[in-house]
Design a protein around this ligand. Structure first.
Ligand SMILES: Nc1nc2c(ncn2[C@@H]2O[C@H](COP(=O)(O)OP(=O)(O)OP(=O)(O)O)[C@@H](O)[C@H]2O)c(=O)[nH]1
Ligand SMILES: [Mg+2]
Length: 248
């Protein structure tokens, strides 16, 4: 049984995936690694790249989905697969090289030594950084995180996909989350907080992508904004909403 599950959502990441997987496989990890790449029919042949990688390394599987179904739904399906596989810790990260694999050791260490239910990489605590991003993306990300922190009660960082889920956090998110796109990160964080799970932030250095194209377009930002507004209720009402989910 694999101790550590890894979810890599991909849409057109054929150029980025091999280098990332090579680096991940070379890491000294505290348990066996089982990787699931959740690919949405990428026209650039990402699925073929995954099959090739699976022939080189053990414990790599491909979850191939029809149509472009969104980052959030890809992560949810990946978390579900890892739970079915019996993974104790489940790592989620972007496949475009923005998340440095060498920092995974720090995230996993926090999950084990601090008994955290959810560890999130954080660009916005001491030691965290953003590299190679133009000022517009920096501002967009900073504002999004400040808004969710001060108006929804999340930690300093709630929008990154570089995380380690314990089994209870993964189960709650798989069972209760409904967000299919970029708003999934905030929704899953809110679910963890509402269940009083222990969330720990670990500083990371985020590196802007160098290959391939961003999928975060205007329509995704609008979806995120709509989700944010729907959550923007007085604190007691919001708690009421999540509390009802607990009782259901
Ligand atoms: N399966 C799947 N993966 C997706 C989808 N949208 C994005 N991804 C993947 O999710 C990760 C994050 O997406 P990015 O496009 O890098 O989004 P971002 O990091 O906010 O923006 P950039 O770094 O500027 O590109 C990458 O590994 C993408 O390939 C989707 O609809 N389905
Ligand atoms: Mg990216």
């Amino acid at each position: 049984m694999a101790e550590i599950g890894l979810v890599l959502p991909t849409y057109n990441e054929a150029e980025n995936l091999p280098g990332l997987v090579d680096r991940l496989q070379a890491l000294p990890l505290p348990g066996d690694l089982w990787t699931v790449v959740v690919d949405d029919d990428s026209p650039d042949g990402t699925a073929e790249v995954v099959r090739h990688l699976a022939s080189r390394y053990p414990g790599i599987s491909l979850l191939s989905r029809q149509g472009v179904r969104g980052l959030g739904s890809a992560i949810r399906d990946g978390l579900r697969s890892c739970l079915e596989e019996g993974c104790r810790y489940i790592v989620t990260m972007d496949a475009d090289g923005s998340h440095d694999p060498t920092e995974l050791t720090d995230l996993l260490h926090a999950a084990t030594s601090q008994e955290a239910d959810l560890v999130t990489g954080s660009r916005y605590i001491s030691g965290g950084r953003v590299k190679d991003w133009e000022w517009r993306r920096r501002l967009q990300s900073r504002l999004a995180n400040l808004m969710t922190r001060y108006l929804l009660g999340t930690p300093n960082e709630s929008t990154t996909n570089y995380r380690v889920y314990g089994q209870s956090a993964a189960r709650i998110v798989v069972e209760r989350s409904t967000a299919n796109h970029y708003e999934f990160q905030v929704e899953s964080m809110l679910l963890a907080i509402s269940q009083r799970l222990k969330v720990v932030e670990v500083p990371i250095t985020f590196i802007g992508r160098t290959e391939g194209e961003s999928k975060l377009g205007v329509s995704q930002v609008l979806k995120w904004g709509t989700f944010f507004l729907s959550e923007l209720a007085p604190f007691h009402l919001r708690r009421g909403k999540y509390a009802r989910q607990v009782l259901a």
